[in-house]
Design a protein around this ligand. Sequence first.
Ligand code: ANZ
Ligand code: ZN
Length: 821
Amino acid sequence: MNNPVESWPEYRPQEIEPKWQSLWEQSGLYLADDTSQRPKYYCLDFFPYPSGDGLHVGHCRNYIPTDVMSRYKRMCGFNVLHPMGWDAFGEPSEQHAIRHNVHPRQVTDQNTANFRRQLTLLGTSYDWTREIDSSRPEYYRWTQWFFLKMYKRGLAYRDHSWQWWCPVCQTTLSSHEVTDGVCWRGHSGVTRKKIPAWYFRITAYADELLSGLDEIDWPEAIKSMQRNWIGRSEGCEVIFHTPDGVPIPVFTTRPDTLYGVTFFVLAPEHELVKQLTVPTQQSAVQAYLEATAKRSEIERMQEEREKTGVFTGAFAINPLSQEPVPVWVADYVLPGYGTGAVMGVPAHDRRDFEFAQKYDLPIRTVIQPIEQNPEQPAEAAFTLPGQMVDSGPFSGLTSAEGMQAVAQELARQAAGGWKVQYRMRDWLISRQRYWGTPIPIVYCDQCGEVPVPENELPVLLPEMDDFRPDGTGRSPLARSGTFLHTVCPQCGGAAERETDTMGGFACSSWYFLRFTSPQATDGPFDADAMNYWMPVDLYVGGAEHAVLHLLYARFWTKVLADEGLVPFREPFARLRNQGQLMGPDGMRMSKSRGNVITPDAIAATFGADALRVYEMFMAPFDQDVDWTQAGIQGAGRFLNRVWSLYQSTYYSSKTATQPDPDLERALHRTIQQVTERIADFRLNTMIAALMEFANLLGERWRTDRWQTSTYHEALNVFLILLAPAAPHISEELWHLTGHPGSVHQQTWPEASADLLVADDVEVPVQINGRLRATIRLPAHASSALAEARALADPKVQQFLQHGHIERVYYVPDKIINLIVN
Ligand code: ANZ
Ligand code: ZN
């Protein structure tokens, strides 16, 4: 091969990296092909919202590994779809716009340009012709189209009841977005307000959202968070009545305790509170309601908190015992679960017990331990299953039998029955905010709620200079006369548009479909392209999305499957979550702490390739780790060593013909390790294998054993193995060593099975500490193989004739000791 340049340059990543980035872009190296005969691979990152702060090196732990996988898969012959786009609608962008006093459109465009620039300087291989932006009408018209599909299936509905309200965001929020009284954007003080709002009926898919988890390759931690979130409980609905016949149902997981009910509790928000409260109790109840309205849900759920409540003066009748019990209001009962009412069984429920003690309510034991448990304190609720006592015709049954029997009896009397209850609530999508997809609904005095016809989509977001919320609780869109006033699609009369927009999680619930055909105009996607590319083969992003985005996207997909739009029911076959990268001080990177490190700064100093290598090498992909200066320096040194390996042989003759069998075996072991480890996403040890092999090459050079055909062959193969991890330096070296074309278009090498057979080693076999035989084993043989080979040895067998093996001690490559009795 001829040397294409006269003298060997220095390694200057700052020069070669941008050069190759623009050459790759020009040559269309990373375009995905919709009409290929090759197998497809769809490798996707979570949909980023383009924040004004740009990317820091922590985010790169997401984008580098997916890029490595995409490059590797292309070299393995796959037709790879690796797209990027922007989750541009939603609260974060709008808040940023407000803070910087610019229009969200302008902010979004600036920020996406910056993200695109940063991702490019990392050397990522996105197909930028497929870039999408969820805040553009070409995109959100289809978000509206899906809304209408949901609406027609009865899966989108408007509700006038209590909603979560964040006073800082000034909008309603989905219960999914509120944890412990704090909204998903980190604002505390979330309260409940009565405002009409739109919901998606995600609860209709609760069972399938649970069972579908069994068929996907996702981290167990995420699956179990989704299971807990959905929160399936089995039990009974029990319908109590007031003496004048008002039904008040409760949900209980312990119908076997029904004869132990001594009081009844409504959540303060329960709709019957006002109706049931007797006149003499009205002021006390009113005072209590006002006090609880200020309490957060987290506070209310705290087990150790002293229980409080107030008597309504009303009674409710137990459907089986016919006994009336007092109806209380207490805030330990939550409005969002079950029916918002609880039958109080103080003898067998901890919270009911505390409540009964505080207010001197009777405590009646109806479940007895089957065996006396000395650890059960006398003065507390017995919460385990046991045997029913004092329970009318059910006395004597075990809890399990009793639950069935009570459920049957309740059903027979039409007073309830067996019921499955979910913790998950419907998905509230209304936002009283500007920067989102308008909800395509019109209100007409004559016709009521009317969906906008599909052929009138998109309902365009009006251009408004003042897009801030005004404190009225109504969306800013209500201030745009041209938007608000419209004609009814049904009767043609004057009508008003819905002014709420959809929360950003609506846009991100289907974007992965759009990437398959981002230009489609007569549908949200082209059916052939979608069929070819979907489902996503590898999906990578942060674990913080365990229940919001990842649950919503699964739900959305199931609805589309029922609508006949997609032929699968789970969108993401394999999911991986990266660990967090902390700052050098061990704290989360944040502007206010001043510990943010940007890829721009690192690329300028060490090069993007060094950043890529370090980000993989620093820790297993899913583990949290701190950034260290020594780490990035080490990665830079590694690449410099690689560079000089090629420099060393540049001016020498490469006509050596004799092989180097040891080096050849090491090369094939490296091929195998790198291949397996990329496929398993063990990228830190993948880099380790590359480093180890580079060291071996360096050693061959230093000891003057490099003039072999194997050495030169290994230099070529090594560049191919290095290409996914460090795409620029490998491309530059590929070119400098006179190869035609791009290293990224080379075929991934295959390890030869013959060469993977490890060298044999002699291992002594001891029996009870005395040397009895020597066997040959492959290097690093497993203990199973070592034991099998030892036992097969005739000499060993002689000694075993009269005894049996109690233990085997094995030190790989060193010794086997059999302890025989
Ligand atoms: C009577 C009873 C007796 C209960 C007993 C438990 C033990 P999970 O497993 O979470 O589904 N409950 C029902 N709705 C509630 C609400 N809105 N707020 C607070 N607590 C509520 O728990 C269901 C149990 O939680 C129900 O069963 C009910 O108390 C309570 F020995 O009913 B149980
Ligand atoms: Zn009308």
